[in-house]
Design a protein around this ligand. Sequence first.
Ligand SMILES: [Ca+2]
Length: 509
Amino acid sequence: MKPLACCWLFTLLLVAPQIGTAADQRPNFLFILVDDQSPLDLKLYNPRSTLETPVIDSLAARGMVIDGAYHMGAHVGAVCTPSRHMIMSGRTLWRLPIAPWGEKNCPPNLEQQTLPAVFRRAGYATMRTCKMGNSYEAANRLYEVRRDATKRGPTAESGSHWHAEQVLDYLAERKRSGDARPFLIDFGFSHPHDTRDGTPELLARYGAVNHTDQDHSPSLNPKAPPLPLDYLPAHPFDNTHLDVRDEVAVSGVWRKRDEASIRNEIGRQYACSENIDLQIGRVLSRLEELGELANTYIVYTADHGMSLGRHGLMGKQNLYQHTWRVPFIIAGPGIAAGQRLEGNIYLHDVLPTFCDYAGISPPETNEGLSLRPLLEGQRQTLREVLYGVYSGGGKPGMRAVKRGDWKLIEYESSDRGARETQLFNLQENPDEYLPEHHSPEVRSLTGVQPAARQTNLAGDPRHAGELEMMRAVLLEEMRKWDDPYRFSFQPADELPPVPARAPRQRPRN
Ligand SMILES: [Ca+2]
């Protein structure tokens, strides 16, 4: 063959699978993203949970559950927004276009390097349904088919059923038109984010009501889920943003932290979460009928965790494990069934993972890592250290680092006078108990056992070495990820003042 013809053939071979021919055997991707769910809501992560999720459980049985899945955090109260930017772009927090130094730290037009843009260019059919707002609008517009609306009501038309209908309609249309391209479907839900208006049948199952009376607590229903073991009636100190919307204005709870209010709200959360499970089941059944399921990678996750009474908090604006972590389940071709590992992954690893399985080069702007070494049994973790941020209230706010069993959380806001350090050994104290969890009043409500006595170790001189080590890790991570702030106990690093961003952020996610 002449060199020119050889070159032409090579080009054709490269391009052929990218243009959606009938012979395109590349896998499909179904990315399921729920709004505001702690891994601890799910029995898969918390045996005490009473939430029934048979579909998610069966997905986990077919694939892998990752225990250590995290989001890098938020510089605003609407934690959703940066989290969804990171998922879509594979980029880290302070290098997003919406970060304070975004123009300096992020190349322009990042939306052209996001999941819908990258997969569309590679010849994939792309479709999305999700809530509106507090997301990544410039990227969301790039899906070929987009059916977004915020659906947090108690009926089929006003709730999670609607999102599933959009996917089912899309699959029907795809079959009618004979579209043979592989697909990327972004299957998002507006729930269990508040307002958690569950359907009457599911609310009854969890002993909950769609409570609307701000002046009174709901009646305590014995069928409501139990209080979490790490429940507190109040957070013990100012964490730099205790007045954020989620801590004071969630309909059904507001500032209340009494047992009946919290258990009712968890019941509502579970009612909405079980409905999501039912809706995912409808879509997976249809994919199976269509013969698409076996060639589809499916991820189930949430944009961030939630507290729901844990540590006296209601919202997502903290860095305890219940909120910093997310549920993460993945199944698909070549992933062995029934696996579970720590992983140490971030949500922004989704983009490079999907690219890897689709045979697409991830964009140069991507900073995430492919999960493939975990999924194929070569590694147990992708990283040694995890770094987390909440900087939506007082500055610098909260920072967390985790390395091995050790976790440090620092809190500081000079204008609010907040300053606190927490050091936990997560092997010995996985629920991050504080001394307040062991007060007789709290114990009588939660049943926390005296054996679980370890609490915050930051002030314990026997662990001064670990504290020093973790503070060094924190500084290293803050420098590594272009954190624009420093705590008062850290070197100033000659950082310029952080520019104020236009306050477009509504404190809702
Ligand atoms: Ca959210």
